[in-house]
Write a new protein. Structure first.
Length: 115
């Protein structure tokens, strides 16, 4: 099983980034896919989730209206479009796949929002 995140970078406040997660080694289309983040000194928090068929999404209140999660079950990828970024969005962002008793994690990608 592999989850490989990409797209993290240093960006100015108000800017945009698109994170991508490439999955392999499991039946991607059967899994709920999540993006989590962890800022220094804080607990890991759920940012966005998308159900297996892509028909249902959920967002943390802090990112509603700014972030959009999407998935491509043909390509085994899940993306997180992040707009209007704020310094408080600075964190390591992790891709997560969850279904049944399985819980898979990527290695994380750093997003830094700073002028």
């Amino acid at each position: 099983v592999q989850l490989v995140e990409s797209g993290g970078a240093l960006v100015q406040p108000g800017g945009s980034l698109r994170l991508s997660c490439a999955a392999s080694g499991f039946t991607f289309r059967s899994y709920t896919m999540n993006w989590y983040r962890q800022a220094p000194g804080k607990e890991r928090e759920l940012v966005a989730a998308i159900r297996s068929n892509g028909g249902s999404t959920n967002y943390a209140d802090s990112v509603k209206g700014r972030f959009t999660i999407s998935r491509d079950n043909a390509k085994n990828t899940v993306d997180l479009q992040m707009n209007a970024l704020k310094p408080d969005d600075t964190a390591v962002y992790y891709c997560n796949a969850r279904a049944f008793t399985n819980d898979f994690w990527g290695q994380g990608t750093q997003v830094t929002v700073s002028s």
